[in-house]
Ligand binder design. Sequence first.
Ligand code: ZN
Ligand code: MN
Length: 130
Amino acid sequence: MAIKYSRQREAIWEYLKDRKDHPTADDIYIAVRKDFPNISLGTVYRNIMLMKNMGRIRTVDVGDGIIHFDPNTSEHDHFICSQCGKVVDIDAADIEEVKKLAAHNFPGRIDGYSAFFYGLCEDCLKKKQQ
Ligand code: ZN
Ligand code: MN
């Protein structure tokens, strides 16, 4: 099935492409509705899942029951603030090294991995220290 060009999907991409804050479908819906007042949450959701299936974006499931979307499809880890729920990129981990460590005593083949770090984000930490 050929995927038709969609202005709505392009608007979703324009909103998502440079974001680092891992918005939810609701966040995307609220933003895209400014340009497409008649768009429904269902249409937004269908388009983002299509973009995910196309490999243009990835989802981040942080276990809060809400799917977050990430335009950065390269392997990277995430930090979740226990206070405000913010999802932040962690770029420091040497993913190849982590995979090697995990593979050391594992008889199968490891193709990828994902990890979550928890704690207080910069903003929440500052608030606590005030
Ligand atoms: Zn926070
Ligand atoms: Mn990310």
